[in-house]
Ligand binder design. Structure first.
Ligand code: PEP
Ligand code: MG
Length: 572
């Protein structure tokens, strides 16, 4: 029996089904007298203290990619005065701690689930996770223990919460299959960082699959096979072996030079969100090519202060020990809404007040961030870039803003890097078509293929219904990349690609052949990219890639990229 799913963490896993059915203890709906409310508050305080201790231990545990830091976020959610107040208010209203936790956390999870923003929606699982943990602790209920598994398995569940994945006995989990969840959920992010193949949205898998029966999960292609025949088993055991060898090689490649077969060094950088990169991440890359600073602004009730931003940027620079860091200024709007910024409801938010447009419309917000960034710039080679820029005038307006902030800092006697490079993300076609002039105006630039591709193809990047129109192989995109590569090479300025496509070794190879000098990607893509570079000849790449801007169909582009992929999936 073949079942389709959404592959959110690539790979192949085979093994007996282990069905996970988390227990949610029944909520005791108990009224309490006035005199007992302090006792209930105390019960709540005690479990919070215990849980926060466990979460902080989890968050500081070493993992590939620093992803466990999400448990620090969980701890912050618990400690947030608004969360505490909601539960205490309910208890003071005359109900027991369990009931109050149930109502308050269900309410938070519902609020998140109703958001227009995909990332906030995924966060609803985090509140569910906390609700379950608190209720278990309050009632002394034990969960099925996933941290010590008897034998290797394929874990099957309706939904996995982040702490379920974090607690996993990972070496014994060959694959994970769930009915619910999305690629940007923390559970999926954790599975990717642990290197466990994962399929989501597999319909009724907990009902259709029997515990103990063997299944094959192909999370490269996006399906699974239940009760496979002997031939299928043999075939996929071979594929799994190849994939495991590949994965190990890719991890080993992480710390090797990013060099082509004929000795050209390519700059491979790291994309980071709200976390400070770990030493092994820094060792694997040439620096941070994209610091998505908006992560500091999400999931909170007020913007981070100048001091808070300053210490974070300084921490990132310190962690990078002299390697360059490109800080992207606040990029909200589009799919990322921030309630406290009083953003207007827009019919087409991706074409609305987002990125730099929003910063220019809210100068105080922009000013605070620039002050923090400039002050931090003395701690390492930092450069800043603006997202969602449509014209050279917009860039110049933002640059004047930076100059004014510098003037202010001079007056106040602050130190900062006077000649800090300032650049743009190339995401809007109107700017992408101005390569020659742009290369003169900016210090550097980075192509954001996630957005450039959606605007060029007129296909919303979040809309599954038009996914086939969102085409990174469209020859128009390659014409733009080629002309930008030429313009920036001529001007002697650095041009990076930092969208998801940079993590596809074949895409990177083709763009390198067209003069793009640097690529910024997630940690998981660094090893495979370095390994791919080792067998590529740069001169041949340039010769072959020169054909791309002359192609007229996406199919032709795809065929050439497949040649650069050396038999690996394109990953686009
Ligand atoms: C991009 O658009 O390619 C990019 C890197 O920015 P984001 O995905 O954060 O919009
Ligand atoms: Mg973008």
């Amino acid at each position: 029996m073949r079942m389709q799913g959404n592959p959110v963490s690539g790979g192949i896993g085979i093994g007996p089904v282990l069905t996970y059915r988390p227990v949610l203890p029944p909520v005791r709906e108990r009224f309490v007298e006035k005199g007992q409310t302090e006792e209930e508050r105390e019960r709540y305080r005690a479990v919070i203290k215990e849980l926060m201790g466990d979460l902080r231990k989890l968050s500081s545990s070493k993992d590939a990619g620093g992803q466990m830091a999400i448990f620090e976020t969980h701890a912050e959610l618990l400690a947030d005065p608004a969360t505490m107040e909601s539960v205490f208010d309910l208890i003071d209203g005359g109900i027991c701690a369990e009931w109050a936790v149930h109502i308050a956390f269900l309410h938070f999870a519902d609020l998140m689930r109703d958001s227009d923003n995909a990332i906030t929606r995924e966060r609803s699982a985090d509140f569910e996770d906390l609700r379950r943990k608190l209720l278990c602790r309050l009632s002394g209920t034990k969960q099925q223990d996933l941290s010590h598994l008897e034998e290797a398995c394929v874990l099957v569940a309706e939904e996995l919460l982040p702490s379920d994945v974090a607690a996993l006995d990972a070496p014994k989990v060959n694959a994970i299959v769930t009915e619910r969840g999305g690629a940007t959920s923390h559970a999926a992010i954790l599975a990717r960082s642990l290197g466990i193949p994962m399929l989501m949205q597999v319909e009724d898998c907990t009902g259709k699959l029997l515990p103990g029966e063997t299944v094959i999960v192909d999370a490269r292609e996006g399906f699974m096979i239940a009760r496979p025949g002997a031939t299928e088993l043999l075939l996929y055991t071979g594929k799994q072996k190849d994939w495991l060898r590949d994965r190990q090689e890719a991890v080993d490649s992480r710390f090797q030079p990013a060099r082509t077969q004929d000795g050209e060094d390519v700059s491979l950088m790291l994309n980071v969100g709200g976390e400070v990169p770990m030493p092994d991440e820094v060792a694997a890359c040439g620096g941070v090519g994209l610091l998505r600073s908006e992560f500091l602004f999400l999931e909170r009730s007020a913007p981070p202060s100048e001091e808070e931003q300053f210490s974070h940027y300084r921490a990132v620079l310190a962690a990078c020990v002299g390697k360059p860091v490109t800080l992207r200024t606040l990029d909200v709007g589009g799919d990322k809404t921030v309630p406290y910024l009083n953003m207007r409801q827009e019919e087409n938010p991706f074409l609305g007040l987002r990125g730099l447009r929003l910063c220019l419309a809210q100068p105080e917000l922009f000013r605070t961030q620039l002050r923090a960034a400039l002050r931090a710039s003395v701690f390492g080679p930092m450069q800043i870039m603006f997202p969602m820029v449509g014209s050279i005038e917009e860039f110049e307006q933002a640059k004047r803003f930076v100059e004014a902030v510098k003037e202010e800092l001079v007056q106040e006697g602050h130190h900062f890097r006077r000649n800090m490079p300032v650049g743009v993300m190339i995401e809007v076609p109107s700017l992408a078509l101005m390569g020659e002039e742009l290369a003169q105006a900016v210090d550097f630039a980075s192509i954001g293929t996630n957005d450039l591709c959606q605007y060029l193809n007129a296909a919303d990047r979040m809309n599954d219904g038009v996914a086939s129109y969102y085409d990174p192989c469209h020859p128009a995109l390659w014409r733009l990349i080629a002309s930008l590569g030429k313009a920036f090479s001529r001007a002697g300025k650095s041009l990076c690609i930092c969208g998801e496509a940079a993590g596809s070794p074949a895409f990177m190879a083709a763009a390198y052949g067209l003069g793009i000098s640097s690529f910024s990607m997630g940690l998981a893509s660094i090893g495979p990219s370095k390994r791919a570079l080792r067998v590529l000849n740069a001169k041949k790449l340039r010769r072959e890639a020169a054909r791309l801007p002359k192609m007229s169909t996406s199919e032709e582009v795809r065929r050439l990229l497949m040649e650069f992929a050396n038999g690996e999936p394109l990953g686009l």
